[in-house]
Design a protein around this ligand. Structure first.
Ligand code: HEM
Ligand code: HEM
Length: 393
C-alpha cells in the first residue's frame, strides 16, 4: 500500500483522511439537523435533544481536529490533477467545490465550538477536557454571532457536499471514469493537467461574503444588551451594584445563570435590637433570568413558569451568626413558600457595605423541573449566590 500521493493517485493517508472526515461530517450534519428539529415539549424531548447535541458537538470537534491534520498532510503532498482538463467549466466547478469543502471543514466546526464555549448551558461536549476555549469570553453576543455564523456556514457546507456527491456519482455512473475509484481504492488516473487557480479564490470570496452577510444580519449586532442590575430602593441602605447568580449541574456539567433585574429593601444596623440587626426584602423579576442557551426553557412552565409566577420574593430577618450574619426567612418561588436561611458575610466601611452569601436549595422543593425526576439531565441542588455593595442613605 502506498501512503503518499502522486499527481495521478491519492495515497492511503489522503484516502483515509477523506473518508473518515467525510463520515464524521455527514453524521454531524444529520445529528445537527435532527437535534435542531426536536421541539422541547417535555423532559424526554429535552433529554433527547441534549444527548443528540452532545454527540453532534463531540463528533464535530473530532472532525475539526482530523480536518486540520488532513490539511497539514495535504500541504506536504501532490494534489492529483483534474481528470478532464478539457472540460473547463466542469473542472472549475469540481475544484471550486473542493475548496469550499476545505474551508467548511474548519469554519463550520470552529464556529460551532466558539458558540458553545461562549455559553454555559445545554448539551456539554462529551469529553473530560472542559467546555470552554482559550480567548473565547463567556458572552451572549459572542455566542449569538458564532451561532448565526455556524448556521450560515452549515448551509454552504450542505450545498457543497450535495454538489460534490452529485459530481462523484456522475463520474461513476455516467462518465464511468476513474474519479471515484481514485479516491476509493487509490487507483491511478489522469494525465498531466495543472490545477486552475481561480476556484480557490472563488471559494474564499464566497465564504467572506457569507461571513460579512451574517455579521450584518446577526441579531446580536442589532443590540439586545443585557440589562444592568436594577438600581434599588432601600430603607436605610441603597444597593449600588450587585448580582444574584445561581449554579447547578446539567447533563453532568456545571452551568451558571443569573437574574438581571431585581430590587432589595434593606434595613440594617450594626447594633442588634432584640437579637435582630434588621430585615431584607428581595424581589426578583424572574423573566430577567439568563441561563446560557437554555434561558427560554428556564422561563417555561416546566421550570420557573414565569407566565404564572413573574416574581420571586425573599423576605427575611437579619441575625448575627458567628463572624457574620444570616438572613432567615421565607422564599416564595414559583408560588411555593419555603423557609430559607442565607448565611452571609458583611464588611461595613463607613457608609459603604459589601455583602456576599450563598445558599443551596433543592429545586424539587419548589416544583421546578418536576418532570426531571432524577439528576441525569438537571441536578437537584441549585446554589444561589448573592453579592452586593450598598451605601447608607
Ligand atoms: C463537522 C462539524 C459540524 C457540522 C457539519 C455541523 C452541522 C450543523 C448543522 C447542519 C446544524 C443545524 C443547523 C440548522 O439549524 O439548520 C448545526 C447546529 C448546531 N451545531 Fe453544529 N456542526 C458541526 C460542528 C459543531 C460543533 C463542533 C459544535 C459545538 C461544539 C456545534 C454546535 C452546534 C449547535 C449548538 C447547533 C444549534 C445551533 C442553534 O440552535 O442555534 N456544531 N450544526
Ligand atoms: C459520499 C460522500 C462523498 C463522496 C462519494 C466523495 C467522493 C470524492 C471523490 C471521488 C474525490 C476525488 C475527486 C478527484 O479526484 O478529482 C473527492 C475529493 C475530495 N472530497 Fe469527497 N466525497 C464525499 C464526501 C466528502 C465530504 C463530506 C467532504 C467534506 C469535507 C469531502 C471533501 C473532499 C475534498 C476536499 C476533496 C478534494 C481532495 C483534493 O484533491 O485535495 N468529500 N471526494
Amino acid at each position: 500500500m502506498t501512503l503518499t500521493n502522486t499527481p495521478r493517485r491519492y495515497g492511503a493517508v489522503a484516502r483515509a483522511f477523506h473518508w473518515t472526515v467525510a463520515l464524521l461530517i455527514l453524521t454531524a450534519i444529520g445529528l445537527g439537523l435532527v437535534a435542531n428539529g426536536i421541539a422541547l415539549t417535555d423532559a424526554a424531548s429535552a433529554a433527547r435533544k441534549a444527548t443528540l447535541f452532545s454527540w453532534h458537538k463531540t463528533l464535530g470537534i473530532t472532525a475539526f481536529l482530523l480536518a486540520v491534520l488532513r490539511i497539514l498532510w495535504a500541504l506536504t503532498q501532490a494534489r492529483p490533477v483534474p481528470l478532464h482538463p478539457a472540460r473547463r467549466l466542469e473542472t472549475l466547478a469540481a475544484e471550486g467545490v473542493h475548496w469550499m469543502l476545505y474551508v467548511s471543514m474548519v469554519a463550520v466546526p470552529l464556529t460551532g465550538w466558539v458558540h458553545h464555549a461562549a455559553l454555559d448551558g445545554f448539551a456539554p461536549i462529551l469529553w473530560p477536557f472542559g467546555q470552554g476555549l482559550p480567548f473565547v469570553p463567556k458572552s451572549e453576543s459572542v455566542a449569538q454571532a458564532a451561532g448565526f455564523l455556524h448556521w450560515a456556514f452549515t448551509k454552504l457546507l450542505i450545498a457543497s457536499v450535495l454538489l460534490h456527491i452529485a459530481g462523484a456519482l456522475k463520474h461513476a455512473l455516467i462518465d464511468r471514469d476513474g474519479t471515484l475509484s481514485r479516491m476509493l481504492t487509490g487507483h491511478e488516473a489522469g494525465g498531466t493537467a495543472a490545477h486552475p487557480r481561480g476556484p480557490a479564490f472563488v471559494a474564499v470570496a464566497l465564504y467572506a461574503a457569507a461571513l460579512a452577510g451574517a455579521l450584518v444580519l446577526n441579531p446580536a449586532a442589532t443590540g439586545q444588551a443585557a440589562q444592568p442590575p436594577q438600581a434599588v430602593a432601600g430603607d436605610n441602605w441603597q444597593v449600588g451594584q450587585g448580582s444574584i447568580a445561581f449554579r447547578l449541574r446539567q447533563m453532568g456539567a456545571e452551568v451558571e445563570g443569573s437574574f438581571a433585574s431585581w430590587s432589595a429593601e434593606i434595613t440594617f444596623d450594626e447594633t442588634p435590637v432584640e437579637g435582630r440587626n434588621g430585615r431584607v426584602r428581595v424581589t426578583i423579576d424572574m423573566a430577567s433570568v439568563a441561563l446560557g442557551s437554555v434561558t427560554d426553557q428556564a422561563t417555561g412552565a416546566e421550570f420557573f413558569d414565569v407566565g404564572t409566577h413573574p416574581t420571586a420574593v425573599f423576605e427575611a430577618g437579619i441575625l448575627p451568626s458567628g463572624d457574620g450574619y444570616v438572613a432567615e426567612g421565607t422564599l416564595t418561588l414559583r408560588g411555593v413558600e419555603r423557609p430559607v436561611t442565607l448565611p452571609f458575610t458583611l464588611t461595613v466601611e463607613g457608609d459603604r457595605a459589601t455583602m456576599a452569601g450563598e445558599v443551596t436549595l433543592d429545586r424539587r422543593d419548589f416544583g421546578i423541573g418536576a418532570g426531571y425526576a432524577d439528576e441525569e439531565t438537571v441536578g437537584f441542588a441549585v446554589t444561589v449566590g448573592v453579592a452586593l455593595v450598598a451605601t447608607r442613605g
